[in-house]
Design a protein around this ligand. Structure first.
Ligand code: AP5
Length: 211
């Protein structure tokens, strides 16, 4: 299955992608994680992307489209993939349609007020990409990743001013992508507020998966 996860920054796409990956047994391709890795490695892509990401803006479409085209053609994705963070503009959705088919675009519906609270408490593992929240989903040992033992960090773009800009960008540029998939009959929505496991169960019901 080729599944797209759509939703505002902090809507829970990364958190839920772990459960969906285990059930579907296909890889997660997170454009945000790929770009952060490129920045950490100092590659050309990372150098081009950094200023856009730090400011809460989208990186140019063509950079992302080229990156995803290459990833989706790899043998890892022969049985499908979960796309977390792509497409994020209608131009990206149109490009994706030209080189790969999509089964479902799953939209996480979370109000902006909840997003601001989530981002303020998010802690991220840069090594294995696990995501925590200091109140809602704390690690067993403060500041340490449960899965790999790495020190947890606060993402540069989780600064409150940047979060507001990311929300603006989401409403202006990414929400129209929902309409694009609705017209194709591929859009499904899930209420993204509640306990993490409750939301997992809602997603599994929509996708016809068993826990
Ligand atoms: P990216 O890394 O994709 O960020 P994002 O979409 O803004 O999403 P996040 O990772 O912030 O949130 P999430 O939905 O995964 O939520 P999470 O599970 O972590 O992109 C970063 C940047 O890269 C972009 O701004 C852009 O510059 C660039 N970029 C990436 N893709 C691009 C593209 N296609 N085109 C152009 N540019 C691109 O959860 C958030 C927090 O909430 C966590 O603390 C978590 O523990 C907590 N939480 C999760 N679920 C719940 C719950 N049910 N209740 C309470 N708390 C919860």
């Amino acid at each position: 299955m080729k599944l797209i996860l759509l939703g505002a920054p902090g809507a829970g796409k990364g958190t839920q992608s772990d459960f969906i990956k285990s059930a579907l047994k296909v890889p997660v391709i997170s454009t945000g994680n790929l770009l952060r890795e490129a920045i950490a490695l100092g590659t050309d892509l990372g150098k081009q992307a950094k200023a856009y990401m730090d400011g809460g803006n989208l990186v140019p479409d063509q950079l992302i489209i080229d990156l995803m085209k290459e990833k989706l053609q790899s043998s890892d994705c022969a049985n499908g993939a979960i796309l977390d963070g792509f497409p994020r503009t209608v131009a990206q959705a149109e490009a994706l349609q030209s080189f790969s088919d999509v089964d479902i675009a799953l939209s996480f519906e979370v109000p902006d007020e909840a997003i601001v609270h989530r981002m303020a408490g998010r802690r991220t593992c840069l090594k294995c990409h696990s995501v925590y929240h200091v109140e809602n989903n704390p690690p067993k040992v403060e500041g340490v990743c449960d899965k790999c033992g790495e020190a947890l960090t606060i993402r540069r773009d989780d600064n409150p001013d940047v979060v507001l800009q990311r929300l603006n960008v989401y409403h202006e540029q990414t929400e129209p992508v929902k309409h694009y998939y609705e017209q194709l009959g591929k859009l499904r929505s899930v209420e993204g507020v509640g306990e993490v496991e409750e939301i997992r169960d809602r997603i599994f019901a929509v996708l016809g998966l068993s826990v």
